[in-house]
Design a protein around this ligand. Structure first.
Ligand code: ADP
Ligand code: MG
Length: 696
């Protein structure tokens, strides 16, 4: 495998553009991309033509505007390149207009009421900062998706806006420190570690719950789960290895910097970590990664489960969002520098992030909320639903010393004077040593660990970028024109820590006592999506997003609606699937086994054996009682679903599903899992946990 040759071979990247475009056009395109201006029509025609020729050589017959509607998935509508010619012939054609703008019918995508029914059209516009690529014989053009009135109908547009907001404010800070020479923008960077499960495809197809909902809704735990810690970083099985190799090859061809593949904690669970990129590209690439993971699995007779909690009783899957800020010249702004001035600037960006996360902890919590992720957060396998920051001992003592003007090093009696002293070296976190923290500083970046595996990176990063931009704006307002930067910065750091130091927590986030402690500190603890959702329309947050031009009020209200609607719809599908599985599969198998047992009992009786207290009798009594209970719980769930139909407001429906339907689902599952253990394996209609977890 020639990796350098494969890498980016399906991407219309800078090298290809340089090679394929006339040099004037190439230069013009580059400067248009850098300035963020709209593409000129003539130039668009030249670019489209070159793109089409390149794509056709790669076997492409179609093109699509590839976009990320608020479903959280990617969408594509394929158009072929064909254009009729005289004599009944066709040519392959692609115009600048087609490249730059598309008009897909938006009426079937969630809009949260933005798109009035009379204006069903949505528009897609090329995001030239993200390269076009060829996938499945189709030229894919990464695009933003918006309404007739210009409202964002997607996840990319607000993300791009948030990056712009952050850049604007961060540039002001760099200028204050005199570090802005040659820098034209500040970018945020993300490396997203992606967890997933692999299961055998044949078994997958025998589980309606996996097919319809992506997770198992029933299933008694296998005798062996993850308690032996023998899967994490364990030797990779040959078929999984073959999958990973194929996955890497595919991802590389799309220019995804897939770097690390390893086994995760639960049996059947794995992880891929790419090298970090600009957030916008990382987000596009993560969407692509999830798609390629699924498709590649199918080629190997496997299914890739990206659900946050496919199996009860073993870990669910997350997506660690490693985040930092960097100049376009490549300087990481969360890297503690080697000089006093670099250190001061680092501390400013650090405490700005601390304050941002504290002030907008509700939005950060909301940004990672989903029906699936509700199973993880706070469940002692993923960070708690309480947002806090882990800084590590060393950095905490540095901040403590600055905060209280105390000696940093008691033995050497050293104080830390900003702008004069160099910070002591900070160890890099290479071992995930505090897995329980939702937001951990790991040496030169923060790691937001609360994301579920299925989530788009766009939402959480939009929040993070905007919140940090807001604090940087305030800091810049206070520091611009100062006559003593070090004095004023020290003051600012002390003030910020006074007010926002409460968010820093280096202890065990899984510990019961943390919940009480966090409450004392006034931190929010939103256990479910329903608790978190109102943050979208909270005045403080609405003001923030409007001020930085990231979301309008209408756009936020739409997202509030969509989030809640998606939540209860997911639960509704899950509940209906459970009902279906019980009625069509489980009842029959339970009855079948009771029939067998009663046959044996009858025969035993006939030959004069005492059946009272016999194995068959005890078993059938036990099963029968559980089966009766199962039916009661089934009807209870069905009634709960029926009653939901009378509720009107989206929030109330979601709340009802959380409070009434979810417990009814859990109760039904509980009894069905008990029955599974009483019925012989070959009579149970669905593959077991043991089979699924150890199938790949
Ligand atoms: P490990 O967690 O194994 O120690 P790293 O800390 O190097 O590995 O990286 C974990 C993830 O963080 C990778 O995806 C990596 O590319 C990403 N990462 C590293 N530096 C940055 C950065 N400055 N900004 C965003 N992500 C980063
Ligand atoms: Mg990590």
């Amino acid at each position: 495998m020639n990796v350098p040759e494969i890498f980016g071979s399906n991407v219309f990247n800078d090298a290809v553009m340089k090679d394929r475009l006339p040099s004037d056009a190439y230069k013009e395109l580059k400067s248009t991309i850098e300035s963020g201006k709209a593409l000129d029509v003539d130039l668009a025609n030249v670019v489209a033509h070159a793109m089409k020729d390149w794509a056709v050589e790669k076997g492409a017959t179609h093109f699509t505007h590839w976009f990320q509607p608020m479903t959280g998935f990617t969408a594509e509508k394929h158009d072929s390149f064909i254009q009729p010619e005289d004599g009944g012939k066709i040519i392959m054609h692609f115009s600048g207009k087609e490249l730059v703008k598309g008009e897909p019918d938006a009426s079937s995508f969630p809009s949260g009421g933005i798109r009035a029914t009379f204006e069903a059209r949505g528009y897609t516009a090329w995001d030239p900062t993200s390269y076009a690529f060829v996938k499945d014989d189709t030229l894919c053009i990464p695009t933003a998706f918006f309404s007739y009135g210009g409202e964002a109908l997607d996840k990319k547009t607000p993300l791009l806006r948030s990056m712009e907001a952050l850049s604007k404010q961060a540039m002001r800070i760099l200028k204050i420190f005199g570090n802005d020479q040659g820098v034209s923008q500040v970018l945020t960077t993300v490396g997203a570690e992606q967890e997933y499960f692999l299961v055998d495809q044949k078994l997958f197809k025998e589980r309606p719950d996996l097919i319809y909902t992506g997770r198992t809704l029933f299933g008694a735990m296998a005798p062996k789960g993850q308690e032996m810690d023998d899967h994490y970083f364990g030797a990779i099985k040959p078929n999984v290895k073959a999958y990973m190799e194929d996955l890497d090859r595919e991802l590389w061809s799309y220019g995804v910097l897939s770097k690390t593949e390893h086994n995760e904690v639960a049996p059947g669970q794995h992880e891929m970590a790419p090298i970090f990129e600009t957030t916008n590209i990382a987000t596009d690439h993560n969407q692509l990664t999830m798609e390629v993971m699924r498709k590649t699995a199918q080629k190997h007779g496997l299914e890739c489960l990206l659900h946050e909690k496919p199996f009860a009783g073993v870990n669910g899957s997350g997506k660690h969002n490693n985040w930092s800020m960097s100049t376009d010249t490549g300087v990481n702004l969360l890297e503690p520098g080697k000089t006093p001035s670099q250190n001061s600037q680092f501390l400013l960006f650090l405490v700005a992030t601390i304050r941002a996360v504290d002030e907008y902890q509700d939005m950060i919590r909301l940004s990672v909320a989903s029906a699936g992720n509700d199973h993880r957060l706070g469940a002692n396998e993923a960070p708690p639903a309480i947002v806090s920051i882990f800084l590590g001992e060393e950095l905490t003592s540095v901040l403590h010393a600055i905060h209280y003007g105390e000696d940093y090093d008691d033995q050497k009696r050293t104080k830390i004077n900003l702008g004069i002293d160099v910070l002591p070296p900070l160890p890099k976190d290479t071992t995930d040593r505090n897995r329980t923290s939702p937001f951990a500083f790991t040496g030169n970046k923060f790691e937001l660990r609360s994301l579920g595996s299925a989530a788009s990176l766009a939402g959480p990063n939009t929040v993070l970028n905007t919140a940090v931009a807001d604090v940087l704006e305030d800091f810049a307002d206070k520091l611009e024109g100062t006559d003593d930067l070090n004095r004023d910065l020290s003051k600012l750091i002390v003030e910020t820590l006074d007010k926002h130091g409460r968010i820093v927590f280096n202890g065990n986030g899984y510990d019961e006592s943390w919940i009480q402690e966090a409450q004392k500190r006034g931190l929010t603890n939103m256990k479910s999506l329903v608790d978190a959702a109102p943050a979208y329309i909270d005045k403080k947050n609405v003001d923030l997003f409007i001020k930085h031009g990231v979301y309008s009020k209408v756009e936020l209200e739409a997202r509030y609606d969509i989030k809640l609607e998606k939540y209860w719809k997911v639960l509704n599908i899950e509940a209906l699937t459970m009902v279906d599985m019980v009625k069509k599969g489980i009842i029959g198998s339970v009855v079948g086994f009771m029939d067998q047992l009663s046959g044996v009992i009858e025969k035993k009786k006939n030959i004069g054996l005492d059946i009272e207290g016999s194995m068959e009798m005890n078993l059938i009594k036990d099963i029968s009682a559980n089966a009766d209970e199962m039916m009661e719980r089934l009807y209870y769930l069905e009634n709960a679903l029926y009653d939901a139909k009378g509720i009107e407001e989206t929030y109330d429906i979601a709340k009802y599903y959380k409070e009434k339907v979810t417990p009814a689902m859990e109760a039904l599952r509980d009894i069905v899992d008990k029955l599974e253990l009483l019925v012989p394996h070959d009579m149970w209609p669905y593959p077991s946990y043991g089979e699924l977890l150890y199938s790949a």
